[in-house]
Design a protein around this ligand. Structure first.
Ligand SMILES: [Zn+2]
Length: 61
């Protein structure tokens, strides 16, 4: 399920699998579908991402 998140008074839609945020729900849904199916992100889709969650930017290990 795509999650909605408010950032700076804007609604973003987050892919639940990779956590990337998109302006359009449709794009987030596409990303999530892709992530679930392939276990990886599609560069075609993730280049549209406007929000990166913190763990995504840092290396946690
Ligand atoms: Zn994703």
């Amino acid at each position: 399920m795509v999650k909605e998140k408010r950032v700076n008074n804007k609604s973003l839609f987050l892919c639940e699998m990779c956590g990337l945020g998109y302006l359009e729900k449709e794009t987030a849904e596409k990303c999530e579908e892709w992530c679930k199916k392939t276990g990886t992100c599609s560069i075609e889709i993730t280049k549209k991402a406007v929000y990166l969650p913190d763990p995504f930017q840092k290396t946690s290990k």
